[in-house]
Ligand binder design. Sequence first.
Ligand code: AQP
Length: 344
Amino acid sequence: MSLLPQRVFSGVQPTGNLHLGNYLGAISRFVALQQTHDCIYCVVDLHAITVPQKPSELVANIREVTAAFIACGVDPKRHIIFNQSQVAEHAELAWIFNCIARIGWLNRMTQFKEKAGKDRENASVGLYAYPTLMAADILIYRATHVPVGEDQKQHLELARDIAQKFNNDFAESITAAGHGDAFFPLPEPLIQGPATRVMSLRDGAKKMSKSDPSDNSRINLSDDADTIAQKVRRAKTDPEVLPSETPGLAGRPEADNLVGIYAALADGSKADVLREFGGANFSSFKGALVDLAVAKLGPIGADMRRLQADPDYIDEVLREGSRRARVIAAENMKAVKEIVGFIS
Ligand code: AQP
């Protein structure tokens, strides 16, 4: 294997309603990894148009995600923040990966099945091919680690399969071009912490999601303190008190979810939370959760609003990040073209 430096890549779709799940499952992890890795964080706008988007809303949503990255603590000077459509190599490599990935592999993707629903014939080709573009997003930087929520695990496995098949199919050419016996690393998912799958506040069996028609199902990063308090107080629970140990959360999805959210916001574990709140009823636990959520998310929301009021600054961050991303992507794309046998 060639020895590649460790590099982190991840992305968030600019599809509006950025929520606590996106923060705890992904963006808060992005922030932590900055201390130990070179990081590239992408606003994946090409993915957003796999379902219809209004152009004016898409522009605002791209700026919202960028503002969220910065407000949560990603440093655009030390690391790279950019939007995907400014680096054409993502789409270029995705085409090559469309020719590597097998239809049978894509047919197994559960996110496509869920998002396309019953009207599958009418879903866009882009929605179906989404995972090959995601593999290209990661591998165009030869990234080694990808922080994501639980729901992206299957897509990451597909990215690894694509990298492996590319390395196998072109093994001779890879070696001849001086890249050792593998050009792409097999990217590792980093699915970490007590809130890798934050559930809806209205239904403990459903993932908290941007597209849930009920705004009460999620805490948006843009919610003010009163709204956060109202949503937490109205969150579905069960009639029991909180258990003192984690096995007591089994079969209690809503309780498990709120305890996981508290643990992640407090930078602790579910066991820590239950040590403190075991035996408490939900009204007192929810009171503590409101205080913690407002203390953590309030400043992020305020900073996002401040940043979004200065679109020129945000656009400059994206331009500069894209310029730096393009340097890495162009070099890797040049090597891929040589490996595949294109003249350039
Ligand atoms: N509920 C969640 N819990 C933990 N992590 C989550 N992520 C999303 N939802 C949760 C993680 O956030 C990152 C960015 O997600 P995305 O913007 O690419 O899109 P998504 O997963 O499709 O987000 P939604 O909210 O679920 O959107 P819709 O409603 O359109 O399906 C990813 O790392 C994801 O794992």
